[in-house]
Each structure stands twice: as C-alpha cells, then as structure tokens.
Design a binder for this molecule. Structure first.
Ligand code: UT7
Length: 332
C-alpha cells in the first residue's frame, strides 16, 4: 500500500458497552459511599460492567464494525488495527482476535498499552503510518474492562471505573489533513500514583533458579496526585497543541477529554477558557472506561448530531504511567 504524503481524515466511529449497569446506589450496598458523594465528587451515576460472557475482543469488534460502517468501507479495506488497552483478554494481545472476529483479513494488528492515554497515543501512532504512506485505512480501538481489576472493597477507586470499547477509522486523504497537531508526554517518576502491578511467589525450578509465578493485583491509586497531575498537565498539553495548530480557544468546537472526573473536565475547560458547554461528557452513564472513554464520548456526540463534519475537536487523554497527550483534529 503506498499513500505517500497523505493527510488524515477521520471518517468513522463506533462504540459498545456491556449491558449490566452498576449504579451509585448499588455501590453504596458494597462500600461506605453514597450517591450524593459519588455524584458531587466525580459526576458519575452509572457504569457498565462486563459479564462472564462478554469479552474485550467482542465489545471491540462491535465498536469496530460500527466505525467501519460509518466510514463507508469494508473490513477487508483495513490495513492496520491498533488496539489501545490495559486489559486484553489475553496477555499476548487481543488485536489479532479482533482482526479475526471482524474479518479484517488484510490488516496487521497489534496492542498498544498506555492506560487512559492509549486512545490518543493510538491515533497519533496511526497518523504516523498514514502520513508516511505506509497504510491508508487504519482502525484504532480503545477498550478496557477495568471491572476485572478493581479492588471492589476500596471505595476511593472502585466507584470510578466501568467497561467499554470505542473505535475510529482514520484514512489517508489527498485533501486537507484533519489532524491539526498533537503532543505525547510521560513522567515515570510519578509511576507509583496509579498501578496494576504484578505480584508473584517464588517457584523453585531447579537448584539456584526460581521463577516468579503470579498474577496482577487490583488497581492502586493516589487519587489526589492523579487529580493534581491532570488539571496541571492536560491544559498545558492542549495549549501547546492549539499553539502548534495556530488556533485559539474560540476555534475549538468541542473539548473531548478522558472521562476520569467531571471536576477535572470542568477545571481543564476553565483553565483553557473554553465554555463548559463545549465539553463532551458521558461520565454520568459510563464512569471512567480508561482507553475507551474518548471514543465512547465521541461516538455518542457524532451519532446524536452534536459533532458535525468540519468541527474542530481538542482531545486529551491522561493516566497511568504517568502518560498524557493531546490531539486536535477536525471531524469528518
Ligand atoms: O484515569 C485516571 C484515573 N484516576 C483519576 O483520574 C482519579 C483522579 N482523582 C479523583 O478523581 C479524585 O481524587 C477522587 C474522586 C478519587 C477522590 O475525590 P477527592 O475529592 O480527591 O476526595 P479525597 O480523596 O480528598 O477524599 C475526601 C474524603 C476522604 O475522607 P476523609 O479523610 O476526609 O475522612 C475519603 O476517605 O472522602 C472519602 N472518600 C469517600 N467517601 C465516600 C473517598 N472515596 C469515597 C467514596 N465515598 N467513594
């Protein structure tokens, strides 16, 4: 596939979420919390929880098929699939499983791990392949099932997370490049603010050699640290991206942030002097779905007509790593 010198058009999106809905009142039956506390501190009311018969690959495949249909192409047109996730069905990766499920037989597929920044990092990675002329049609997916890794006895984190999947089709175009600017950042010195660590026990194999045999343990988080980091770094990343694209706050039609906390989204909008009405938020219904949160929120807004072709969207993801990134693009 040669597509040298191409710009990027973002032509389709899709999403999927598990059926079961866990409400704030349900959580109040499990830990010492209340609907009032969760709502005022986070803006969340519900989150969707994957059942034993739902998988990350399956939710992603539905989101992907919806995005491909909206783009007006077929699965066999896809050259590359990037799955941003921290919770694959298989530690070897789930992108290939999704490739098989949707019949994208001409695509190479791989997983990308950057926690809640994963979808923005996947978009930027896709843009590199498209601009270099390597691939023309790229499917990016953000999906997570954090409910399988939450400490359901820790009220400070279990109320936040839900499950879902979202997808986007990016295509090479000889017309205007719709990805106007981007930035990606990491700060490993704050790595211990948000973790899903591996814990092991020694398993002696032969004399003097032991394997460390174990599994991943539930999420640990310093909520205040992550909050402070997000309200400082996200506005900075978006401001830099706006400067690179020669845009001001008035040029932004929609602010599309990782859905971690409504208060974080409001604080970021305020710092950027972007009216809060321009925030695309679905946090009340889905909570924090990690890599899925940005495409889930975008898909709803495209399908209900808020986001129109040509609208300028300032998007930003942030989370474990710590990682954060911003991308400004035009829809359609
Ligand atoms: O994808 C990125 C992932 N993570 C994030 O983005 C998290 C960012 N951080 C946050 O969103 C907020 O820090 C939280 C929502 C996690 C917490 O809100 P906060 O306003 O920072 O609360 P806090 O941690 O300062 O806790 C205030 C009080 C504490 O009680 P004391 O010490 O004042 O008696 C907590 O123990 O609220 C208590 N608390 C709760 N009370 C009822 C913590 N969680 C709960 C809860 N229900 N679920």
């Amino acid at each position: 596939m040669n597509n040298m010198g191409a710009g990027i058009a973002i032509t389709g999106c899709g999403s999927a979420a598990p059926e079961a809905v866990l409400t704030n009142d349900h959580l109040a039956q499990m830990v010492a919390t209340s609907d009032e506390w969760i709502n005022t501190r986070t803006g969340m009311s519900n989150r969707h929880i994957a059942s034993a018969t739902e998988s990350l690959s399956q939710l992603s495949a539905v989101a992907a098929q919806n995005a491909i249909a909206m783009a007006g192409i077929t699965a066999t047109d896809i050259d590359l699939i990037i799955l941003a996730t921290s919770t694959p069905d298989d530690l070897f990766g789930s992108a290939c499983k999704i490739q098989g499920l949707i019949g994208a037989t001409n695509a190479v597929a791989f997983d990308l791990g950057a926690a809640c920044s994963g979808f923005i990092f996947a978009l930027i990675t896709a843009s590199g392949f498209i601009r270099a002329g390597v691939y023309k049609n790229v499917l990016i997916i953000g999906a997570d099932i954090l409910s399988r890794w939450v400490d359901w006895s820790d009220r400070s984190s279990c109320v936040l997370f839900g499950d879902g999947a979202g997808a986007m089709v990016c295509q090479g175009t000889s017309q205007d490049d719709r990805l106007l600017s981007f930035g990606m950042y990491s700060n490993g010195s704050q790595n211990d603010s948000l973790n899903l660590n591996y814990y092991s026990q020694s398993k002696p194999l032969v004399e003097n050699i032991t394997a460390q045999y174990g599994s991943y343990k539930p999420i640990t988080m310093n909520g205040k640290e992550v909050y402070r980091f997000a309200v400082a770094k996200v506005p900075e990343a978006i401001s830099k991206a706006m400067f690179q694209a020669n845009l001001t706050a008035d040029d932004i039609d929609w602010l599309l942030l990782h859905q971690a906390n409504q208060r974080i989204m409001d604080a970021v909008a305020k710092r950027l002097k972007i009216p809060t009405e321009k925030i695309l938020s679905n946090i009340a219904e889905y909570g924090n779905t990690s890599a899925a949160s940005i495409p889930l929120a975008l898909d709803a807004a495209v399908r209900d007509g808020r986001v129109q072709p040509g609208h300028t969207i300032a998007a930003s993801g942030f989370g474990a790593g710590l990682t954060w990134g911003a991308a400004i693009f035009k829809w359609g």
